[in-house]
Design a protein around this ligand. Structure first.
Ligand code: SF4
Length: 307
């Protein structure tokens, strides 16, 4: 089945690969129409991004690839992205690595923590907006977001999306019952437009596509890592975070050193009063951050989340 969506004819059911490529073609045409620039396929170095890149190649659309260097990714992921970019550039695809900046200067997870005066937490994930979400402004982008990844994504994410600073004006098109051209035509405000071509793909489909396509995949999956991303991410399960710090102990040290500098900064600014770690160390903050024992006078992560 297919439907004329004003700009392109979009398959709405049938072969998932054709449906996904149809979504990419629609997004590509809208990118050229509304922005005058090619669609940007963003890659985190994970398997879902690899699928999106391969689909864009198969779709024969003009596109670029961008990667946001988070500074907290595994070394294997950093190397994989560089290798992939070399492969794609040989195919004529423009590839860009975006390095994070904060207040006009280059930054990293390790310099951001002392600047923000607190560790990133599930509720205060300031690191995502600085390290992961800065690229693609003023462009139409593709991500590998999938509903199967979490109930939150299933609830909040769609096939086509227009994000604005004002969350009330965010537009999400979840299914094929609304034309993307209508959604985007009515969206006159400056917005980051997004297509998630494989949003409805289950894990099994991702893996079987990658196996059939024989495209390179981040080697961490072969080492038993189920999801690649920032090491120690506070959004991940505690057991996963401990596994990561066992595998990459240098990152635990980097966090502890950053927490030490954060405490120094708090002392310098006289912000050690109340619940925050009077006389504490980076190691104490690390234990708190890993949701271990809460020392007298400290607040728990749950306290922060409840407030
Ligand atoms: S650590 Fe987690 S919350 Fe922070 S940038 Fe990485 S993914 Fe986002």
């Amino acid at each position: 089945m297919s439907e004329d969506w004003g700009i392109v004819t979009l398959p709405t059911s049938g072969d998932p690969e054709k449906v996904a490529i149809g979504r990419l073609k629609a997004a590509s045409d809208m990118a050229l129409k509304y922005y005058g620039t090619p669609l940007v396929v963003t890659t985190s170095g994970g398997k879902d991004s690899s699928v999106c890149v391969e689909l864009a190649l198969r779709g024969g659309i003009p596109f670029e690839v961008q990667h946001n260097h988070t500074t907290a990714d595994a070394p294997e992921t950093v190397r994989f992205v560089r290798q992939e970019f070399a492969r794609l550039e040989n195919l004529g695809v423009k590839c860009t690595i975006n390095y994070p900046a904060y207040k006009g200067k280059r930054t990293s997870m390790w310099s951001l923590i002392p600047q923000k005066l607190m560790p990133p937490t599930r509720l205060m994930r300031y690191c995502c907006s600085v390290l992961k979400e800065q690229g693609g402004n003023g462009r139409f982008i593709t991500t590998g977001v999938r509903w199967a990844e979490s109930s939150r994504r299933k609830r909040d994410r769609g096939v086509f999306e227009a994000f604005t600073r004002n969350k009330d004006k965010r537009l999400i098109l979840k299914g094929e019952n609304q034309k993307p051209s209508e959604v985007f035509e009515s969206c006159k405000i400056a917005a980051k437009r997004v297509v998630n071509p494989i949003v409805d793909w289950p894990d099994k489909q991702v893996w079987s596509f990658l196996q059939d396509a024989k495209v390179p995949v981040n080697p961490l999956y072969e080492c038993g890592v189920s999801r690649v991303g920032c090491i120690g991410c506070p959004l991940a399960r505690k057991s996963k975070r401990y596994d990561e710090f066992r595998r990459w102990p240098a990152y635990e040290k980097l966090y502890i050193q950053a927490f030490d500098r954060m405490l120094d900064e708090r002392r310098k600014r006289g912000k050690m009063d109340g619940n925050w770690m009077m006389g504490g160390t980076g190691q104490d903050v690390f234990r708190w951050w890993m949701e271990e024992d809460v020392l007298p006078g400290q607040i728990s992560v749950d306290d922060i989340l409840e407030n």
